[in-house]
Design a protein around this ligand. Sequence first.
Ligand code: 28G
Length: 633
Amino acid sequence: MAKQYTADDITVLEGMDAVRKRPGMYIGGTGLDGLHHLLWEIVDNACDEAMNGFASSITVTLHKDGTTCSVEDNGRGIPVGMHATGRSALEVILTTLPAGGKFDNDNYITSGGLHGVGSSAVNALSSKLLARIKRDGKEWSQEYRKGRPRTEVEEVGPARGTGTKITFTPDVTIFEETQYDAERIRSQLETKTFLNKGLRIVFRNLVSKETHDLHHEGGLADYLSLLMKRLERTASVDLPYFQERTNGIKIDLAVHWTTSTREKILSYVNGIPTIDGGTHEQGLREALLKGLRSFVETHNLAPRGVALTADDLREGMLVILSVQHPDPQFQGQTKGRLNNPDVRASVDGAVRPAFEQWLHQNSSQGEAIVERAVQAARARAAARQAAQQVRRKSATSSRLNLPGKLADCSESNPELCELFIVEGDSAGGSAKQGRDRKTQAILPLRGKVLNAEQATLKRILANEELSNVVTALGCGLGADFREDRLRYQRIILLMDADSDGHHITTLLLTFLFRYLRPLIERGYIYIAQPPLYRINVGKESHWALDDGDREKILANLPARAKPEITRFKGLGEMPPKTLYQTTLNPDTRRLLQVELSDPLQADTTIADLMGKDPSQRYRFIMDGAEQVEDLDV
Ligand code: 28G
């Protein structure tokens, strides 16, 4: 019998059509991100059922076609009984957009207890969706096409247990790409099991016929250990895992103090990464800081002569913080910052007493944290002293005190000036002859560059090469860095294209990272890319950066061409004109801009949030620099 249409049906159709017309508004886009978003919506609902204590296991299946997904939980099962409207709860959940809910409300982030939110959007954007519910000893089934019911809710047989299973196929007419990335699914699911201690998710990939049993009894503590391994960091102190509940929020926390000098907090709210931090991170910082300060006081651990700053106490801290909040408010361009003002005090209030108690029960660990901070404070003080000496020297008469080996440029506006730091006197000579004297300065390095990672600042400044770099730049270093005194806004490392050259580059970057990090952060540091080969064909010259480049160029030459190949053994061998043309001339050279890369971005959940970087950049991962072998001791 034909179904009678009611006003409700019209609303449903309009809602489903609205989603199909503007999918981007509901799931963020129709590319790969949007496609994966469909799956997270359904998975989140299953996780909610688990987090609320009704389900203990979730199975996610990527079917053979690489696009159809199933999610199954063993929770209570979505209710299938009839509403007064003549519609089942199941159908309402799967076909109505939450009014004033998630989709037009900036604040909404996760379902956070609101069941079924988002399933309707998934339904609308699926060419086919099948819901199977087990409840009260029976199994029920309903099928949809593009969000429209194709069948009634039908009883299909008896059932053991309870639960919900949703199988959907993303609509190829909506999505640009419909093949799922299995590794992305696996890693996102694993993050869920870290954030929900004890939760078990089985991921069955029927494309590769692999099954992953994801489960982390230790929750965040396990996550932290994994990160430490990935970062190759070593713990100096580890704080056992904390779990606190206050004012309706739940806080999960794992902390390590590592031997690295960097501080890193990874935070989540309702399982969503808050990459820009927010009030929960503020509260946490305060709690840890005040806790440590009171520990220092009661145990009389304050060092003589140096003050422990907040930065000293937090150096090397690696934290994972996960907060569950019933009504999170997010802020910022990407909604990556938690903004609820009360959370700050709640987190501080919950974490501080727990931390203080731990410190008093584990005072040797506490002392180790303080000892670490004292070392950081001493290093800072030493850096300041040494830098002041350098500055005093250069303040007497800035130009007169420049290193003798520096061939300075005539221009004095730093925005227009470039400094080339060049390996070797002979290359330095060619560069001096070939450069544009108005804007390009050349500083040749002859001796060895010290590995700043393993030397004290005093030794570093006694190293002639590095101290020349510092004086040429004019901006001081460490805590006394003054950007307004910087003499060049482009600093270009020009080394031979061989392993010695790469080694010197790494050593210089290590030094810059440790003592002049703002220069890297501001994008002032570049690496020149001198060619290794010249390939002459008739009157034409091609330049190849490396062997691969050379092969590519040769392959593209006409069959009858007779190329003449010259290999430059070093920059010093290159005629000044050639050096200018290939490496110095701003119109024709290629430079790599150095930028810091956060090793934690290897974490795929965070990588998901970051765009792809189209420009050519040299990502300098500091934790990698510790592997630089020390050639200069
Ligand atoms: C497998 C894929 C995704 C779900 C449930 C369970 C209930 C539910 C879901 O109820 C409507 C609104 C508030 C009661 C709740 C079952 C209470 C009693 C549920 C899922 C009705 C939503 N029995 N499991 N929704 N509530 N799993 N997994 O979506 O009043 S959604």
